[in-house]
Design a protein around this ligand. Structure first.
Ligand SMILES: Cc1cc2nc3c(=O)[nH]c(=O)nc-3n(C[C@H](O)[C@H](O)[C@H](O)COP(=O)(O)OP(=O)(O)OC[C@H]3O[C@@H](n4cnc5c(N)ncnc54)[C@H](O)[C@@H]3O)c2cc1C
Length: 436
């Protein structure tokens, strides 16, 4: 257990009556933050600066989350106005957490969360319960695997998800193989194409089933084009070959329905296949607490304060929606944490009339999905379903047709999370849509 500070108000470690066994310890806290990545660290800072006693519970050995394995730069452009590496970005937030005297427990896995905000925690010091007035969910995400995308073929060694490969190469100094194929053009796959090239491996190509790239354009330029690594769109892996070790993959073009086109198959010899085929918000604990999830984001349905359908439970970062850049996960964290502190003091009403925001034509999702009727100045996130040029984004009242937001964007990509501000108070349900 790592303790950076004893907390502003000290911690209690008492045995409980009723719901705890004699071996369980109960601690009361204003705000419990689950996960110590860029979202969780920012949430803890937001809550502590708003006057709450906070504990961060992180299952890993150290804070920082996924940032620890992201040794490339490109982090911090929005938050710190400079380009720094993932570990440096994490360190800045950790320094602030230390200065703030926030209690941190690493090696502390939250096993369960109830709707009344009792957390069951397994840590090196034993099994304990934390009873929080507010909880911030900041558990990040996990990668989609081969099984989830159903690639047929042999099951040899040498097939990795890109994030696991990044961990093995960057943190454990392991060499994965010699000849690499990457399926999926998400940011992790693009970044790993460059990283493995630096490590002396031959990246034979990045293949993407969709007609557009899944990651950021800057990553295509800096990670593929600059190293002459081929990128093939509308192409997927249809077979994996090799008895013990991967020996080749078969790629095929796909049609508009993303089905392989017969006769376009091509075998590529390789000993390693990386999969960068999507991220899934890690919401098992949220489900245990009864939090309503959105099928579009895979994360919680939240209001403009990032509060979920369970009063006092907030969500931010990749567990809420997959972020392209860590800064936005942190910005969400600061707001969610501050509101969690306000809720802990009873300053946020948990009920009341609400309006719903739903995605319309050309928009994959809009977030928050719920807004309190009186709110003005709401920040609205959205993603488009496909690349668009010279497109109008409109937020329109579903009943009256009133336009609450309208702006022309020169270019929008599904890979880029967009944020707009609704400056007027919203008093009816809204639909956010993209129009030519
Ligand atoms: C490979 C890769 C490259 C990237 N490159 C960039 C880049 O160049 N620039 C940029 O700005 N962004 C980049 N990003 C995006 C950015 O890193 C993420 O958006 C950001 O890390 C998300 O932060 P998070 O706190 O939500 O999640 P995470 O960083 O994943 O942190 C979640 C934390 O929660 C902990 N946790 C989960 N479940 C539990 C539990 N039950 N109990 C206790 N703890 C738990 C995890 O151990 C983890 O530490 C990259 C992401 C990846 C994966």
């Amino acid at each position: 257990m790592t303790v950076f500070g004893m907390g502003k108000h000290g911690n209690v470690g008492v045995k409980t009556q009723g719901f705890a066994t004699p071996l369980e310890r109960l601690r009361d806290v204003d705000v419990a933050v689950i996960g110590g990545g860029p979202a969780g660290l920012a949430a803890a800072l937001g809550a502590s600066r708003a006057g709450a006693e906070v504990v961060i519970l992180e299952r890993g050995k150290r804070l920082g989350g996924i940032l620890n394995q992201c040794i490339h730069d490109g982090f911090g452009l929005a938050l710190y106005k400079e380009s720094i590496s993932g570990p440096e970005y994490a360190e800045r937030l950790m320094d602030d957490v230390g200065r703030e005297g926030i209690r941190v427990e690493t090696g502390a896995m939250v096993l369960d969360l109830s709707a009344d905000k009792i957390l069951r925690v397994n840590s090196r010091s034993g099994y304990s319960l934390v009873r929080a007035k507010s909880v911030v969910l900041a558990m990040g995400c996990r990668e989609r695997t081969r099984d989830m995308i159903e690639i047929p073929g042999d099951r040899p060694a040498g097939v990795w998800t890109a994030g696991t490969a990044q961990n093995l190469v960057n943190l454990q100094n392991l060499r994965l193989g010699n000849e690499i194929v990457i399926l999926g053009s998400g940011d992790i796959g693009l970044i790993m194409a460059r990283r493995l090239t630096f490590e002396g491996m031959k990246v034979k190509g990045v293949f993407e089933i969709l007609p557009w790239v899944g990651g950021l354009e800057r990553n295509v330029r800096q990670c593929l084009s600059d190293f002459s690594i081929p990128l093939e769109l509308t192409t997927t892996v249809v077979d994996i070959c090799g008895r013990d070790r991967l020996s080749s993959v078969v790629v095929s073009r796909v049609d508009e329905a993303l089905k392989p086109l017969a006769g376009t198959e091509r075998e590529i010899p390789c000993d390693t296949l990386l999969l960068s085929v999507g991220l899934i918000p890690e919401n098992e604990l949220s489900k245990r607490a009864g939090v309503e999830l959105s099928p579009a984001t895979g994360g919680a349905v939240v209001d403009e304060m990032f509060m979920t359908s369970v009063p006092g439970v907030f969500s931010c970062g990749n567990v809420l929606q997959i972020h392209d850049v860590a800064d936005w996960a942190s910005f969400e964290g600061f707001v969610a944490g501050k509101n969690a502190a306000l809720h802990a003091r009873g300053e946020i009403p948990t009920r009341g009339t609400i309006v719903r925001i739903t995605p319309g034509a050309g928009v994959r999702y809009a977030l928050p999905q719920i807004v309190r009727r009186s709110a003005a100045g709401v920040d609205l996130h959205f993603r488009v379903t496909a690349p668009r040029r010279n497109v109008w984004i409109e937020a329109r009242g579903s009943a009256s047709g009133t336009i609450f937001f309208r702006r022309k964007f020169p270019r929008l990509l599904p890979s880029e999370l967009q944020k707009i501000k609704l400056t007027t108070a919203i008093d009816e349900d809204l639909e956010v849509a993209a129009h030519d």
